[in-house]
Design a protein around this ligand. Sequence first.
Ligand code: UDP
Length: 192
Amino acid sequence: MRIDVLGVGFDNLTLDEAIERGAGLAAGEKFSYAVTPNPEFLQQAKKNEKFRAVLNGADLVLADGIGVVKAASILGRPLKGRVPGIDFAAGLLGRMARSGERLFLLGAKPGIAETAAANLQKQYPGLMVCGTHDGYFQDPRPVIRAIQDAHADVVFVCLGAPKQELWMAEYGPSTGARLMVGLGGALDVFAG
Ligand code: UDP
């Protein structure tokens, strides 16, 4: 059962439980996507019905900000804790480095995803980054094709909200990837 905070249902998981769940989705048969809403997402979702539906339609909804955890607590439906998107991503990266699953990095300004890939491969020996693409494109088709051609299992989608969530929900299923995770500015962080 999800915990409702201002119209968005959150999975009540610790960070470790979320990583476990994410790894399961990545190894699954069908397409899944994960979202990491913070309070700004909830404000946007209040006004944007499509965005709200896409958040609630995610296979994993993680409470990224302490604000979400506090709000849940005030509403009398406490969450186990916050699950920062960047920590969730780190957990998945460790798992992927061991499993050999293929990671595609999508988003940020040109050149950033490549630098992020190089840094992550140093930090997680064995990690297979199978492709990258910047986040400033108009036509989704070449991006979908790049993800297909790279045979990506997992895609970190870093286009900012709500663009990344709408993109994952609309185009994710046609990419062949198993798990997409919306991670905002994570590639800028990984690129250092
Ligand atoms: N971005 C992108 N394409 C766009 C708009 C934004 O790739 O059309 C990238 C931007 O370069 C940044 C990330 O999306 O790397 C969003 O970062 P921001 O800190 O705004 O998002 P947040 O983490 O706050 O959701």
